[in-house]
Design a protein around this ligand. Structure first.
Ligand code: URA
Length: 188
């Protein structure tokens, strides 16, 4: 089975899983998007209003900022993979709850295993916490971490969430600098 087929199958399995939380209030499942063999995997938090409408992650204002920064470092959106740790929109864009994140975890892990990226860029503290426990995003953003996920070596680069960058000029500065870190990593 190709990676594309494996992802298509995974999407169908998630769509059929009636036990998943948030499904009833959401318009549709927001699966991942991008290259099935991407070297870079961006992992955000949860779909917002526009993502819920379109069925694609990061298509609103935060997505625009993500796209601009990808372009700035010479990477095309279609060449990376983008998803979230929660795949249905939480009501009124509230933060995802721990038990909701847990419910999606096996599917997110499978998605990562299929794509098998070289580096996972976490966007925001919720996806960061999947890999880095008991740390503050303000101290760890922009640093490269060599970790293990399901006994597989993985590189994680935590970044601020683009929505946080849009709200706070200091975070915006860090967000843009952290993209240069990603560029350095990709070049090396
Ligand atoms: N914020 C996220 O974390 N994910 C999206 O897909 C959109 C906004």
């Amino acid at each position: 089975m190709t990676k594309q087929e494996a992802l298509r199958l995974l999407k169908i399995i998630i769509q059929k899983d009636k036990s998943l939380p948030l499904r009833d209030q959401a318009t549709q499942l927001v699966f991942g998007v991008g290259a099935p063999s991407a070297k870079i995997f961006f992992l955000g938090e949860a779909p917002g209003f526009y993502e819920d409408q379109k069925g694609e992650p990061f298509v609103g204002a935060a997505g625009k900022l993500l796209n601009q920064n990808l372009e700035r470092i010479g990477i095309k959106r279609k060449d990376v993979f983008i998803s979230n740790i929660v795949l249905f929109r939480p009501p009124a864009n509230r933060d995802p709850e721990e038990k909701e994140i847990k419910s999606f975890e096996k599917y997110i892990d499978k998605m990562i295993a299929v794509v098998s990226p070289k580096i996972i860029v976490t966007l925001g503290r919720f996806s960061m916490a999947k890999f880095l426990k008991n740390v503050k995003i303000s101290s760890v953003h922009g640093k490269i971490y060599k970790l293990q996920l399901k006994n597989k070596d993985i590189i994680v680069l935590p970044m601020f969430h683009p929505a946080a960058a849009l709200r706070n000029p200091q975070f915006m500065d860090s967000f843009q600098k952290d993209f240069l870190k990603l560029k350095e990593y990709v070049k090396a």
